[in-house]
Design a protein around this ligand. Structure first.
Ligand SMILES: O=P(O)(O)O[C@@H]1[C@@H](OP(=O)(O)O)[C@H](OP(=O)(O)O)[C@H](O)[C@H](OP(=O)(O)O)[C@H]1OP(=O)(O)O
Ligand SMILES: Nc1ncnc2c1ncn2[C@@H]1O[C@H](COP(=O)(O)OP(=O)(O)OP(=O)(O)O)[C@@H](O)[C@H]1O
Length: 453
């Protein structure tokens, strides 16, 4: 990619989240991730080009020096900061505007700094097109449950259970109510997702038609089943197998497992039968992508109610010693020394600011892991004779990546605390106020925090 010869016609709208917009290259397996900011922001509150550059550099450093060592080299792609011609960025912003969902238009793309992040396009498999005519399928799962108007039956605890049965149910529920948790791409094009506000559900039948060529052996082999159902069944099984795969699969002996806490075995919304849940906590293979994410989510052993007083301790200290902000790495840099503070935080509270900062850093890292997405991209292996005769189940080549691993801002902690209080108050109102001690226990049952066993 020659940065001085950038042409907006080589790029197209790919997707966006709360804080960035992504465009993909028409020929190369690359995407550009561009930051967004609230449209009502007046010019003077916008970041300067230098601040924007620092911001994106922080995102890359955090991915490289914090998340990659924690989650594993093979799953994390940090990308590189690029300086783009302003004219290109402005033209691009105009070009993609009409593709943007209304829900996301409260923010505008940064067309002032010229800074962006260049990453591999993870919805594609590089060089795959040389071997098979069928384009790769990519499934993106966002692990957190968002704020939508309809109740979802998707339970992340089922997904993280390690039990194929429970994972199957979680994925099936995601397909039925994808909300902001599931997107499916084919050849890099979005073919299945929930549009604005979930007013309109995506069509499972359309998805089945897209998937049919990948599971063609299923046609007619399942007596008494709808062929479409059989295709979805196999599709879910491919995703489950990928999610459970890890570096240990070829070694002899049982791979080591990571378990969810027994005290919180499922979400209330999960339709999974309770009696089966008792035998359902199989644990995740140690090197599987979900086990890696779970371990980072568990880094925070204090929830927001435990963290908030420590945040206040840090705030008080910084009021007295503002210059200490840099040494404590409140806003980065995210380097080995930051990682050291995360890993070597004292286990007991000795009343120090170091303890408070260590816990706050750990909390922020765990928050990133709770809000990330997993992308599973798979494509048929070369068609061999047996497969052509449709005697064997299809075989797939796949890659798994974790994305959206940005640092969660230190300033976000009061917002999290407020949100938490709002949830508690809502719960209190809707359940006619049980005694506070039992309330706390109940509320914990409904959150998605995981604890080591
Ligand atoms: O704080 P919330 O509950 O609004 O969560 C935000 C998510 O909203 P949701 O609850 O999924 O509807 C929000 O999700 P969406 O993009 O709206 O699907 C983001 O994940 C956001 O993270 P960030 O600010 O982009 O780093 C999330 O923000 P933080 O995790 O930084 O708080
Ligand atoms: N490297 C990539 N390859 C392919 N698609 C990508 C890549 N990075 C992001 N995307 C797509 O763009 C979408 C938005 O990107 P991303 O999740 O980074 O935005 P965000 O604003 O940080 O999201 P969130 O609201 O979750 O914080 C993703 O959901 C994904 O579909």
């Amino acid at each position: 990619m020659e940065l001085d010869k950038m042409d907006e016609n080589d790029w197209k709208y790919h997707g966006e989240g709360n804080k960035s917009l992504v465009v993909s290259h028409l020929q190369h397996c690359r995407v550009l991730r561009l930051l967004k900011f609230p449209s009502e922001d007046s010019a003077h509150t916008r970041q300067t080009a230098e601040q924007a550059f620092r911001h994106i550099l922080n995102i890359v450093d955090y991915s490289k020096y914090v998340m990659k060592p924690l989650l594993g080299e093979k799953y994390v792609h940090s990308g590189e900061v690029v300086k783009l011609p302003l004219d290109f960025v402005r033209q691009l912003s105009l070009k993609v505007q009409q593709e943007r969902p209304e829900l996301r238009c409260d923010k505008v793309m940064d067309t002032f700094s010229g800074c962006g992040l260049c990453l591999p396009n993870l919805t594609q498999l590089p060089l795959h097109h040389l071997r098979d005519h069928r384009p790769p399928i990519c499934v993106e799962i966002k692990l957190a449950n968002g704020k939508w108007k309809r109740l979802s039956r998707y339970c992340p605890l089922d997904l993280f259970s390690g039990s194929k049965q429970r994972m199957y149910v979680a994925l099936k529920n995601l397909l039925e109510e994808p909300q902001n948790n599931l997107k499916i791409f084919k050849g890099g094009e979005l073919i299945f997702s929930c549009k604005d506000d979930a007013k309109q559900q995506p069509e499972l039948n359309d998805l089945i038609q897209h998937l049919r060529p990948y599971f063609s052996h299923s046609n007619g082999l399942y007596n008494g089943h709808q062929p479409g159902k059989a295709i979805l069944n196999e599709f879910i099984q491919v995703i489950c197998s990928a999610l459970l795969s890890g570096g240990d699969s070829n070694r002899s002996g049982e791979p080591r497992k990571v378990h969810l806490s027994e005290s919180r075995p499922h979400c209330e919304a999960s339709p999974f039968p309770r009696d089966l849940l008792r035998n359902g906590n199989h644990g995740l293979p140690k090197d599987s992508v979900l086990a890696k994410i779970l371990q980072v989510q568990m880094l925070d052993n204090l929830d927001i109610e435990g963290i908030y007083p420590l945040y206040k301790r840090v705030e008080q200290y910084l009021e007295e010693f503002p210059k200490e902000r840099n040494r404590l790495q409140i806003d980065g840099p995210y380097n080995e020394s930051f990682m050291d503070k995360v890993k070597n935080c004292p286990t007991e509270d000795d009343g120090s600011v170091e303890y408070a900062v260590g816990k706050v850093h750990q909390y922020r890292v765990a928050m990133t892991a709770k809000d990330c997405s997993v992308m599973i991209t798979f494509a048929p292996c070369e068609e061999d004779e047996e497969q052509q005769l449709k005697l064997e189940k299809p075989r797939f080549t796949y890659s798994i990546s974790i994305l959206d691993l940005d640092p969660k801002p230190y300033e976000g902690i009061p917002h999290q605390y407020k949100l938490d209080t709002k949830i508690v108050n809502y719960y209190l109102r809707s359940t006619q106020a049980p005694p506070p001690s039992s309330l706390y226990k109940e509320r914990q049952e409904c959150t998605l925090l995981f604890h080591a066993v």
